[in-house]
Design a protein around this ligand. Structure first.
Ligand code: MN
Ligand code: MN
Length: 317
């Protein structure tokens, strides 16, 4: 059983030392000790793909900072992360602030080299949602390019399946359209939860619907959504599954620090409960995106994202 060597919060205070995600060791340190790595966490400080308010490029640093107070034992899941998993911080992927496409290529290349292809799962912290494409691509390739693609559990106020915006096909409105086109994910094994608010055009929902994505609008979530998610998960059985979490799935009252806020979403407690309910899935990768520290208040959003990271890791322990 692999473990993570963490500095004790009772020896080295949580506000001291070099700031890594969840205070886990850096990838190089783990690799030099020849330990396996179950999860490589890395930041993608890119917001080249945003359509509205920029600033998610500062997300990884804010989430790293907020994660210092996250302790290794998860009360609700009954899981001790450090006892059950070897987790390492791989730093930040290379980005080009002027180019979505070059950023995605660079991120996928960086992620492809982390740890061992099958043993080491990838948890990416954005950055805007465009970066999900790169982490999905790297994950799909590392799993041996499963035919039909990965299953996806997607939390978001938005579908992110728009073809292009201002000629840009790789921005944060489009990652799942590109991932479906490229066979990285299976739309019939994808569920999008928390969709709500307004659209430029109702036809923006057509692509996902026509390709068989299961869509759970937030109003539907409130009327039996958890049961629908449980049924979806049981249909997946042990299918390789990826979680992508856009913090704007959560109500801006609970996650104000994000670039495209939509009123009327999850409370943070509801969102964490929904993620905890996924215990038992065959989780092969994940991302958390759209934390925008400049709009955050008292680190509310970054604190949520840090807790979410721990809960997602816990699902696999
Ligand atoms: Mn999104
Ligand atoms: Mn969104």
């Amino acid at each position: 059983m692999s473990k993570t060597v963490l500095p004790s919060g009772r020896v080295q205070p949580r506000f001291a030392g070099i700031c890594t995600f969840l205070r886990v060791p850096q990838v190089e340190d783990v690799a030099s000790e020849n330990r396996p790595i179950d999860w490589a966490i890395y930041g993608v400080p890119s917001d080249a793909g945003v359509t509205f308010r920029p600033g998610a490029r500062f997300g990884p640093r804010a989430v790293r900072e907020a994660s210092q107070y996250i302790k290794p034992y998860l009360i609700e899941q009954g899981v001790h992360l450090a006892e059950r998993l070897s987790i390492a911080d791989a730093g930040d992927a290379p980005v080009n602030p002027y180019s979505c496409r070059q950023t995605l290529d660079g991120v996928a290349a960086f992620a492809s080299k982390l740890g061992e292809a099958r043993q080491t799962r990838l948890l990416a912290i954005g950055g805007d949602h465009s970066i999900a494409y790169a982490n999905l691509k790297a994950t799909w390739e590392r799993r041996g390019k499963p035919a039909g693609g990965l299953a996806v559990i997607h939390f978001d106020a938005h579908m992110d399946t728009v073809d292009e915006v201002w000629g840009e096909k790789w921005g944060h409105a489009s990652p799942f359209r590109r991932a479906i086109e490229d066979g990285l994910i299976d739309p019939k094994s994808m569920i999008s939860i928390g969709i709500r608010g307004t659209l430029n055009d109702p036809a923006d929902l057509n692509y996902a619907r026509q390709h068989g994505v299961t869509l759970v609008k937030f109003d539907e979530w409130r009327k039996g959504g958890p049961q629908a998610l449980a049924a979806f998960v049981s249909r997946l059985a042990k299918r390789e599954t990826y979680i992508t979490f856009d913090v704007d799935a959560v109500d801006p009252a609970f996650c104000p620090g994000t670039g495209t806020p939509v009123a009327g979403g999850f409370t943070s407690a509801e969102a964490l409960e929904a993620v905890r309910s996924l215990r038992g899935i065959n989780l092969v990768g994940a991302d958390i995106v759209e934390v925008l520290p400049d709009r955050d208040v008292s680190e509310i959003t970054a604190t949520f994202a840090a807790q979410l990271m721990a809960e997602i890791l816990g699902l696999s322990a």
